[in-house]
Design a binder for this molecule. Structure first.
Ligand SMILES: Cc1cc2nc3c(=O)[nH]c(=O)nc-3n(C[C@H](O)[C@H](O)[C@H](O)COP(=O)(O)O)c2cc1C
Length: 187
């Protein structure tokens, strides 16, 4: 037992950092939180995609930033309409989140196929997700492409919460997911 500041401490293995390639280190990021992003085409078709790359970009005014890949239909619809909704799925929505993250709305009707209930918002045409814990209607502020991914920044113009008290948020899917594939949360 070593004594640190008068307190007995158990001997631990030596803690230090070792240099490894980015691809190996970044898997320690998981589990990663997920959100659902909804959009609606000019023709009125609603779409939902799952996104792990999201965070708050500003508190005042409130903004979200999403990392969206080139090929996502969602990106095309955000470019087309400058509107989207960020929703926090509820615990019961894991299967729907997996479905929305594994199929493209370009050739499917994901809300209908996965039975994802939608509701009209008040500020944008992209729909709210009825069973989500919370929904944030956003208008596009800026889109950046610093690398191979688009950073989509949207200002929150209306926020909604579920009327069911005690509904828990689905924080993550069981396995870690990355763009274009699935990988284990831990190496
Ligand atoms: C858990 C999970 C997280 C994901 N995170 C992202 C993400 O942050 N950005 C992204 O572009 N795609 C992400 N994807 C993949 C998209 O959801 C997927 O490519 C989807 O088919 C795109 O739908 P869309 O073409 O209808 O827009 C994720 C998938 C899963 C399952």
């Amino acid at each position: 037992m070593a004594k640190v500041g008068g307190i007995q401490q158990k001997q631990r293995p030596l803690n230090m950092q070792k240099l490894i390639p980015f691809e190996q280190a970044i898997v320690r990021k998981y589990p990663e939180q997920v959100v659902l992003v909804t959009t609606r085409s000019r023709e009125g078709k609603a779409n939902v995609m799952t996104a792990g790359w999201s965070t708050i970009a500003s508190e005042e005014p409130p903004m979200f930033v999403l990392g969206i890949a080139d090929e996502a239909y969602t990106l095309e619809l955000i470019r087309q309409t400058s509107q989207f909704v960020v929703a926090f799925p509820s615990e019961q929505m894991a299967e729907q989140a997996l479905f929305a993250g594994s199929h493209s709305g370009r050739d499917r009707d994901k809300p209908a196929e996965a039975n994802i209930g939608l509701q009209d918002g008040v500020a944008v045409k992209a729909p709210l997700i009825r069973d989500a814990v919370a929904n944030f209607e956003c208008t596009l502020v800026q889109m950046l492409k610093p690398g191979d991914c688009h950073l989509v920044i949207g200002q929150v113009v209306a926020a909604h919460v579920n009327t069911v008290a005690g509904l828990h948020r689905l924080y993550t899917l069981a396995k870690g997911h990355v763009l274009g594939g699935v990988r284990q949360a831990q190496p």
